[in-house]
Design a protein around this ligand. Structure first.
Ligand code: ATP
Ligand code: MG
Length: 492
């Protein structure tokens, strides 16, 4: 049973959330993992390459050493042959020179032995080779000593054979034993050279394979890198295109909304002007009639009671004066709401009247630059300019504490420019951004609604400058679904 349980545990599918997390982690870290693996493989490859290079160098050195030793062993063999030949030569000729040549050859043999000795005792040869070499040295020494002794014996007079070393009475070893041992040592060295060369060729193959593998890996990595770079660049370009499209859509939306708001502002102003006109007419017709009738009645009663009831007549006189004030107030209100001077005499006269009245009320010095003759502009444009001037002068009276106000009106080619300036305290930058007051906002909207440009700024060195530039013919085109205006009279 425990076995069955173990099997079922093994077969239980892994937690899907954990698998998803792992795959997400792998996806996020895929580049880091790939780079780490590539770096490990590259470093490993470089280590293998370096090791192989060191081994190839050592193997070449071994092969060269082995070749050197082979050559030296051959030289030794040839020197031994020379030695035998010189001994035989002396026995035949008995010449001293031949004996000296024998000793010289013995000296060269010993030099060769020393060189070989350095190699065999330098740890590069195995024990068997060292034993064979040591044996050969003994045999050669015996051979030289025995040969020198033979020369001395055969010589007709005593020879100076000190250079040959100690003479030996012993029988020299068989020459073939020395030759065969030398051949054995030579064969060994040749084998060692062959072996070292074969090993170095194998190492060269390994390093070639390793270098090829590393190059292939690098090529694959470069391909992946450039592919990924291409994907990233594509993605960025796509995102940028989307952003540009969104920006364009937003711009379009904003300009559409602005147009709608301007049209709404234009409509609201038209409605307000209409209502003002209607109210002015009501005030004029109804209240005017009532006040005038009351005034006539009170005047009649006053005349009748003047002599019989002077006290009542006095009261009626005061009532008459109040009625006069009421009528004047009514006129002023009507004039404010519907400046008849604008409707009757045009913009230039209306602006001059407005400026004169304001200057009188506020003790301003006036600087007027208005066209000499009245001008004919689009009605809507005239109203907009008049209202802007009205609000600007009201603001100057309320806030500027000015002593001088200038107004200029210029009509150009299809454009009309209005400039109003005071020399007061000057508008503050924060005032330009106000949203809870309606004067500046209303002027701006009024002008924009008719396709014009409104600009207000602090004057140099002081005061406030207002510039309005409008087309002489209004370009307002309300495109929102607005209820039709009811112009019973031209709104002013
Ligand atoms: N000629 C001026 N000199 C100095 N300050 C001014 C001038 N005109 C406007 N301002 C400043 O700008 C502010 C905004 O003016 P705006 O006409 O919009 O509002 P308001 O006159 O205070 O209120 P509303 O016009 O709605 O009755 C004013 O409160 C005032 O501080
Ligand atoms: Mg104002």
């Amino acid at each position: 049973m425990p076995n069955a349980q173990n099997t079922s545990n093994l077969q239980t599918p892994r937690d899907p959330a954990a698998t998803t997390r792992l795959s997400q982690w792998m996806h996020k870290r895929s580049w880091a993992i790939a780079m780490t693996v590539a770096i490990v493989i590259t470093v490993g490859g470089l280590v293998i390459l370096e090791t192989a290079r060191e081994r190839i160098a050592a193997e070449y050195e071994t092969a060269l050493d082995a070749r050197d030793v082979t050559v030296q062993l051959s030289t030794l063999a040839s020197q031994l042959s020379n030695l035998s030949a010189q001994q035989s030569d002396f026995l035949l000729t008995k010449q001293d020179a031949t004996a000296q040549a024998y000793c010289a050859t013995a000296t060269r043999i010993r030099q060769s032995e020393q060189q070989l000795n350095r190699f065999y005792r330098g740890g590069k040869a195995d024990n068997a080779e060292l034993t064979s070499f040591t044996q050969i040295l003994v045999l050669i020494e015996a051979r030289i000593g025995a040969g020198a002794a033979a020369l001395q014996r055969a010589a007709p007079h005593p020879l100076d054979l000190a250079a040959c070393g100690p003479l030996s009475a012993a029988n020299p070893a068989d020459a073939s034993l020395v030759d065969s041992t030398l051949t054995l040592l030579r064969d060994n060295e040749e084998r060692r050279a062959q072996h070292a060369l074969a090993a170095s060729r194998a190492d060269q193959r390994i390093s070639t394979l390793c270098a090829a593998g590393l190059s292939a890996l690098n090529i694959v990595l470069f391909i992946l890198l450039f592919r990924n770079l291409g994907i990233q660049i594509d993605r960025q370009a796509r995102v940028q295109r989307q952003l540009i499209t969104q920006q364009e859509e937003l711009d379009q939306l904003v300009s559409e909304r602005t147009r709608q708001l301007e049209a709404l502002g234009w409509h609201l102003q038209a409605v307000s002007e209409n209502e003002k006109t209607q109210l002015a007419r009501e005030l004029h017709d109804e209240l005017g009639a009532i006040l005038t009738a009351s005034k006539m009645d009170v005047a009649w009663a006053n005349r009748k009671l003047k002599d019989s009831a002077p006290e009542i007549a006095d009261k009626l006189k005061r009532a008459l004066a109040n009625l006069d004030q009421g009528i004047a107030l009514k006129r002023r209100i009507i004039e404010d709401m519907r400046p008849t001077v604008l409707a009757n005499f045009g913009l230039v006269t209306a602006l001059r009247t407005l400026a004169d009245e304001a200057a009188q009320r506020n003790n301003w010095t006036l600087d007027l630059h208005l066209p000499a003759d009245d001008i004919q502009l689009d009605e809507q444009t005239e109203i907009a300019l008049f209202r802007v001037a009205q609000e600007s002068l009201t603001n100057a009276a309320k806030y500027a504490r000015a002593s001088k106000v200038s107004i200029a009106l210029e009509v150009g080619d299809g454009q009309v420019a209005l400039h109003i300036a005071d020399n007061g305290v000057g508008i503050m930058p924060a005032d330009l951004k106000r949203t809870h007051t309606h004067g500046l906002l209303g002027m701006r909207q009024r002008v924009a609604a008719h396709g014009g440009r409104f600009d207000i700024r602090r004057g140099e060195p002081n005061g406030t400058d207002i510039d309005v530039m409008m087309p002489s013919v209004s370009t307002a085109t309300p495109s929102i679904d607005l209820p039709p205006a009811t112009p019973t009279r031209t709104p002013v």
